[in-house]
Design a protein around this ligand. Structure first.
Ligand code: SF4
Ligand code: SF4
Length: 268
């Protein structure tokens, strides 16, 4: 993968930050593993620092608040303000399941350029809520995308890949590594998986390496542009790819985990 530069900044498709890692839904095969993570929200001050640093070397077409469910953050307007002030992008978006978005304060809608509404067949948002969100987006000039999702792609393999060849093939075919870049707790990642797979896997295997450290670029330290380019254009898989199907997994009907269900412990 080759990335172009403009004014010393790497041009990318998108950059995400998790406003919250927890969620009010429990989708099976949730990409950032929200149903299995402790509640966590990002602080506006920390995110502002990270985005100002990244904005010197990175220029995504759009910056997205994702999660988890972003509307669980207690101060989404403050997050949007620090993100816009950082200069990281010209477009600011939020991706939501919609259950809290319909009644969110105007202060959120006033600060958004785009919204992606994911409507899941296993827990459908009522049509009247979709209509209300659509109306509010129109009032505020927000470009709304409604995604109706009735199937999910398995992301977690039954066991870690045994061979290097399998891991390389999954990585080579994975489109998430160019579309789902993440900034999270002081590091930049090719995708949303490393910090969250680490949290889940190390509960049972604390001896395993910290995936967030081996698979992410620290925003601290010199030569960030060179380190970011080398990382983005790598041909070697992440360590996390050993525990991921990327975009190669089989499809299944969308479903919710039962309340309180433990994760299917197939990783190791
Ligand atoms: S709504 Fe999104 S973040 Fe929440 S559990 Fe489902 S896939 Fe994960
Ligand atoms: S861990 Fe690897 S295979 Fe999985 S989404 Fe990230 S880059 Fe793709």
């Amino acid at each position: 993968m080759h990335y172009d530069l403009h004014d010393g900044r790497i041009l990318t498709w998108a950059l995400e930050a998790h406003a919250a890692t927890h969620c009010n839904l429990r989708c099976v095969q949730c990409c950032p593993l929200s149903p299995h993570l402790p509640a966590w929200t990002v602080s506006p001050e920390r995110l502002g620092d990270e985005l100002r640093t990244l904005a010197r070397v990175l220029k995504p077409q759009v910056f997205k608040f994702t999660g988890g469910e972003p509307f669980l953050h207690p101060d989404l307007p403050a997050l949007l303000d620090v993100a816009r002030a950082s200069g990281i992008s010209e477009q600011f978006s939020v991706t939501t399941n919609g259950f809290l978005a319909q009644s969110a304060p105007d202060a959120v809608y006033e600060r958004l350029d785009r919204m992606t509404l994911s409507v899941y067949s296993s827990r459908p948002l009522p049509e009247r809520s979709i209509a209300r969100i659509t109306e509010r987006c129109e009032q505020h000039g927000i470009y709304l995308t409604v995604k109706r999702i009735d199937a999910f792609q398995q992301l977690t393999p039954d066991s870690p890949w045994a061979s290097e060849a399998q891991t390389r093939e999954v990585f080579a075919r994975c489109w998430l590594k160019t579309r789902c870049h993440l900034v999270h707790q002081g590091r930049f990642y090719l995708c949303t998986r490393p910090p969250h797979v680490e949290t889940v896997v190390r509960r049972e295997h604390p001896e395993l390496p910290a995936l967030s450290e081996v698979d992410g670029v620290s925003l601290d330290g010199p030569e960030l542009l060179a380190r970011m380019l080398g990382y983005l254009e790598r041909e070697t898989p992440l360590e996390t790819c050993r525990r991921c199907l990327g975009s190669s997994g089989p499809w299944a009907p969308h479903a919710q985990l039962p309340r309180g269900a433990e994760q299917d412990r197939r990783e190791g």
